[in-house]
Design a protein around this ligand. Sequence first.
Ligand code: ADP
Ligand code: ADP
Length: 228
Amino acid sequence: MIELHNITKIYPNNVTALKNISLSIEKGEFVFIIGSSGSGKSTLLKLLLKEIEPTEGEIIINDKNITHLKKKEIPFLRRKLGVVFQDFRLLPNKTVYENVAFAMQIVEATPKEIRRNVPMVLSMVGLAKKARCYPSQLSGGEQQRTALARAIVNNPPILICDEPTGNLDPLTSWEIMKLLKDINDRGTTVIIATHEKDIVDKMKKRVIEIKEGVLIRDLQKGGYSDED
Ligand code: ADP
Ligand code: ADP
């Protein structure tokens, strides 16, 4: 479903963020991308989202080569990808309901579809009772659950999360991880960049480790550090 062939990314200031990365991720996988700060995790996710272009190599998503998409083709790619960030990025002047509904309006869903799907996805993430709250009235975990609801409401086949628990306490982080696992169990491919050792160790999912831009480990049921 996702293939990277010999991807190198050199930023204009000559920093090489990724060096000759090749990997493939199948439909329905749950994958952690790990590595210390500055190792290249965000760069990898930004390449998938087409926020930046690789210097060398090719990226294929759902059999389509997205390495050099035309600008007008990017929205079609983005519809296949749900995204969640460390800092939630909710619209502060919209309620929980409106934040999620807005994602459906952008893809021109009908009012009927919106009235049906928004409550459904809010109850899936446990926020039905908070629909009328504004982000500032929510705890961090609730804000991230809102962001998750928004990311999945259009049913994307792939969910990309950049440090989704980076601003949350350990207990709340686990609630978010459980939700990500639920979303994955329903068939969505989930890719999570993180440096949370505890979570990665306990989840026993595929772990891809990047160090200074180089892919140094790819284990099917890995932990954060190599203990085997
Ligand atoms: P991580 O997400 O693992 O912290 P990043 O992908 O953000 O790592 O960064 C990888 C390397 O690329 C770092 O050395 C970082 O300073 C550099 N880098 C990231 N973004 C840019 C940019 N826009 N311009 C120049 N260098 C960048
Ligand atoms: P946490 O301790 O997890 O950070 P908070 O103390 O921020 O959580 O919030 C606890 C609960 O109170 C949450 O369910 C949140 O939605 C609710 N809450 C917090 N602030 C407000 C507010 N200004 N208006 C309405 N509900 C609020």
